[in-house]
Ligand binder design. Structure first.
Ligand code: LRH
Ligand code: MN
Length: 433
């Protein structure tokens, strides 16, 4: 793209030279430590190098809250500039070649051109996301009182049609999954009839499920509240699981970490969905109170590790129907979105590699002989092992950056994008994106 700055591979390897000494020293020390545990560090470098997670297209712009949004420098103004930034993230961390689009925010003008633009940057498209939680200009029916569960069949039909259209767009882009999150619910007792609303949801979703191409999967995303503040139709994993079973073998339950009340045992929900063969995958992020969409691993890194402990246990025991899709879903209100997404992508690989460090034979033995302290100790040994050298070497061997944040800042990419992408009028309007 003429006049569009990109960080090139030679700059990355040049910068990697500055980190080479410490990473080799730390890598050798860790290799020695792991050998004492009969663990070959190269196996873990392989695991790290093979891990993949998708980037949300809406995550590369500055996010906001209902109070305000403080746009940063060089905000991407369209899907092409969003893909430029996704390409930059992948170039530096080498674990995020997939991008998840949101329609109509990313409605492509020319799907073939968009697909080629992405391919040129080593990117492809992950799950599609529909949007029946906002009204679009010129829309016939409002979603104010719901979409797929709205009492008015005309509103439901409009929402179904939008989802079917998303799937059609996704087919032209090479996507193979469709995520349905709806905000439908009520703000007051009595506003919604709980059972009728769920019946309408299933009726609508059956029509969307019928439009799925044979090689596609449907992901149902539950959320305990917001934008509805009293009741939410698809509020928890149990309701999502019931619906996925009702809809058919290609419907699965997607776990967005921020969509659970504080202190809910999410790793146990993950174990359940794995056991039931209905785990779709994840929207990784972190939170302290509500659906804060903070950076993954930034608030509860031990919970993230415990979730990956369940995932690696399933992977190693070849759990049936286990094909989780990993994606970040975050809102970056006060950091550079590219830096936050790179850091979060690295946190996922860290938790995954640490979960592969768990001595599963010893853990099973401790569990079977009712030795809770030893069981926790075995998990903590893995969680407290600093695997940063493994992550850095895996990135470097894949052509990425040993230290992505430092290389990104050295490149002055953000400043250069500030010059290329003049700020848009009214960009400060509040709202999540
Ligand atoms: C809902 C959600 C959903 C997306 C939206 C941007 O909170 O997690 O996954 O559609 O954020
Ligand atoms: Mn989500």
């Amino acid at each position: 793209m003429p006049g569009h700055f990109e960080i090139d591979d030679s700059f990355i390897s040049e910068q990697n030279q500055k980190s080479k000494d410490w990473v080799e020293e730390d890598f050798a020390a860790l290799a020695k430590k792991l050998r004492r545990q009969q663990v070959d560090i190269e196996d873990l470098v392989g695991k790290a190098g093979g891990f993949r997670a998708a980037i949300p297209s809406w995550g590369v712009g500055t996010g906001g809250t209902r109070f305000a949004r403080f746009p940063g420098e060089g905000e991407p103004r369209d899907i092409y500039e969003k893909l430029e930034d996704c390409g930059t993230i992948c170039k530096l961390v080498r674990s995020t070649p997939a991008v998840s689009l949101h329609i109509p925010w990313d409605q492509p003008d020319d799907a073939a051109r968009l697909r080629e633009f992405a391919r040129e940057r080593g990117l492809h498209f992950d799950a599609m996301n529909s949007n029946t939680f906002q009204d679009q200009p010129g829309q016939a029916h409002s979603y104010k009182f719901g979409s797929l569960t709205h009492p008015d069949p005309a509103v439901r039909a409009q929402a179904i049609e939008h989802n079917v259209e998303c799937i059609a767009i996704g087919r032209t882009l090479g996507s193979q999954a469709h995520t349905v999150w709806i905000g439908d619910g009520g703000n007051f007792p009595g506003q919604q009839h709980f059972r009728r609303a769920l019946e309408r949801y299933l009726e609508s979703m059956r029509e969307i499920y019928a439009a799925l191409p044979d090689d596609w999967r449907m992901f149902i995303e539950h959320k305990f509240y917001e934008p509805a503040f009293y009741s939410t139709v698809i509020n928890d994993w149990g309701t999502s699981y019931y619906c996925a079973r009702e809809l058919g073998p290609r419907a699965f339950c997607l776990v967005d970490l921020g969509h659970h009340a504080p202190n809910v045992n999410i790793e146990m929900i993950v174990a359940r969905l794995i056991q039931f063969g209905k785990l779709a995958g994840f929207h990784f992020n972190d939170s302290k109170y509500g659906d804060d969409d903070l950076d993954a691993g930034s608030i509860k890194p031990f919970q993230l590790f415990l979730i990956f402990n369940e995932l690696v246990d399933a992977e190693l025991s070849q759990a049936p129907n286990f094909m989780p899709a990993y994606m970040l879903d975050q809102s970056h209100n006060v950091t550079d979105p590219i830096e936050s997404l790179m850091m979060s992508a690295a946190e996922l690989v860290r938790a995954y590699v640490q979960a592969h460090l768990v001595d599963r034979a010893a853990l099973t033995e401790a569990q079977e002989r009712c030795d809770p302290l030893m069981a926790l100790h075995i998990l903590k040994q893995a969680f407290t092992t600093d695997v940063a050298p493994i992550l850095a070497v895996a990135r470097e061997r894949a052509g990425g950056a040993i230290d992505p944040i430092r290389v990104y800042r050295e490149s002055a990419y953000r400043k250069r994008k500030g010059e290329e992408r003049p700020a848009q009028k009214g960009a400060a309007a509040s709202g999540i994106v």
